[in-house]
Design a protein around this ligand. Structure first.
Ligand SMILES: Cc1cc2nc3c(=O)[nH]c(=O)nc-3n(C[C@H](O)[C@H](O)[C@H](O)COP(=O)(O)O)c2cc1C
Length: 162
């Protein structure tokens, strides 16, 4: 299978965009952009994320055993770009956030954020699948729209005619 064909094929599936945040061993914030996020189970409340084995954040995710899923709002494309770069704590420069109940970084301005504890890590080819149980939900409670990702580009809902 040609990887470019595969990537373009999978890119036909429109997704939202999240920032997965966690903490390093010193308690400093870390994060990465991810759209491989899925709601998994209602009871118990579970989600999953898929993380590239090459990701620098992966080691700390596994070590700390928890992550926060921050679902981006349509105005946060620059946040997505910033967290898709390589780098550690400096990705948080200029980013507003606060510590959630578990101490995880909760980004400001998101549609919602969910603090999770990792229940299981499974193999998934060149990625690992991190199953998380939802512990705490943060919702700004304001009318907002999602940032979308489709065919390798950012997009927003077009509600014309809806
Ligand atoms: C829209 C978008 C979605 C992404 N989704 C994922 C993903 O689901 N899993 C993943 O491992 N990387 C994903 N990436 C790539 C990572 O964000 C990128 O490799 C980042 O540099 C990882 O940072 P780190 O090495 O500091 O952990 C995505 C990037 C973008 C722009």
């Amino acid at each position: 299978m040609d990887p470019i064909v595969w990537r373009n094929t999978m890119g036909q599936f429109a997704t939202g965009v999240t920032i997965i945040t966690t903490l390093d061993q010193e308690g400093n914030p870390l994060g990465m952009t991810a759209n491989a996020f899925t709601s998994l189970s209602l009871d118990p409340p579970m989600v999953l994320i898929c993380v590239d084995r090459q990701s620098a954040t992966l080691t700390e995710l596994a070590a700390t055993g928890k992550y926060c899923v921050n679902i981006l709002e349509k105005s946060q494309e620059s946040v997505s770009r910033q967290f898709a770069k390589k780098g550690g704590n400096e990705k948080f420069l200029g980013i507003a956030y606060h510590a959630g109940e578990t101490g995880l970084p909760v980004l400001e301005g998101c549609l919602t954020s969910v603090e999770c504890e990792i229940e299981e890590i499974r193999e998934g080819g060149d990625h690992l699948i991190l199953l998380g149980r939802g512990l705490h939900i943060h919702s700004p409670g304001e009318a907002a729209e999602p940032l979308l990702f489709y065919r390798g580009k950012y997009a927003a809902l077009d509600k014309a005619g809806a």
